[in-house]
Write a protein that binds this ligand. Structure first.
Ligand code: GLP
Length: 241
């Protein structure tokens, strides 16, 4: 696992964006795995800035997002669909039909999970997966205890994750109780993984990850089994290592 220490959120975002831009320019039909949350917002800001300044093209790029809340439609401002349009898709030249995000309102969620896996597989898999990390070590919405072999599935969200995400909702009661997420096995199939962490709130999780013990109670530790993982973390996130 390659660890890049950066000063702050700004630098983390810039370096991650530069890495992604380099890949996109080098490979026309690159498949990007994308994440939501506060962590990747800065990366998307830099991707948009670069697109506006240098016209890096996303016409042939395909994106696959990690997760979505169950029961929240794509038009809802709390949905991850909305988040992605707002922060990235509306500002680059990616065709809408090239952006894949699991649906949290499908009438048959089990089928949706299978279809999503199938879509990723049919496109030849994800080349680069961008990841944030939950305070309890979750990746995507794979909470502690999730099998490292898991594929796309429906998960009940833990109280700690609902609390952490409550800042985006009017009240904690409105935070969904379930999500649809790619599995840890799905994430590990990506050819390359870029995990970002910024701030003190992530210090414990990053210290545990870099400690190196494989533990299904700490989902991010699954990344220790992957050959090509880079962690870009700032001083605060690395303060307990
Ligand atoms: C959410 C997302 C994760 C994300 C995590 C951390 O639960 N499903 O993909 O990595 O929260 O979020 P943040 O980056 O806002 O700290």
């Amino acid at each position: 696992m390659n660890v890049i220490e950066v000063k702050n959120y700004e630098e983390m975002s810039r370096i991650a964006a530069q890495h992604i831009i380099k890949k996109i320019r080098a490979h026309r039909s690159y498949k990007l795995g994308l994440a939501t949350g506060s962590t990747p917002k800065g990366v998307y800001h830099y991707l948009v800035k670069d697109h506006q300044e240098t016209q890096t093209s996303y016409q042939q790029i395909k994106t696959f997002n990690l997760d979505e809340y169950v029961g929240i439609s794509a038009h809802d401002s709390n949905s991850y669909h909305y988040f992605m349009r707002e922060h990235l898709f509306n500002h680059i030249d990616i065709p809408a039909e090239h952006t894949y995000i699991p649906s949290g309102v499908s009438t048959n969620l089990e089928k949706e999970c299978l279809h999503y896996e199938e879509k990723i597989r049919l496109h030849g898999g994800v080349d680069l997966q961008l990841l944030g990390i939950g305070q309890n070590g979750h990746i995507g919405f794979n909470e502690p205890g999730t099998s490292f072999k898991s594929r796309t599935h429906i998960v009940p969200l833990t109280e700690s994750t609902r609390k952490a995400n409550a800042r985006f909702f009017p009240s904690i009661e409105e935070v969904p109780t379930h999500a649809i997420t790619v599995g840890i096995g799905t994430i590990l199939d990506s050819k390359e993984i870029l995990l970002l962490a910024s701030g003190k709130a992530k210090a414990e999780a990053i210290s545990r990850l870099l400690n190196g013990d494989l533990d299904e109670e700490f989902p991010a530790s699954s990344l220790l089994t992957h050959k090509h993982v880079t962690v870009i973390a700032d001083e605060e996130a690395l303060s307990l290592t």
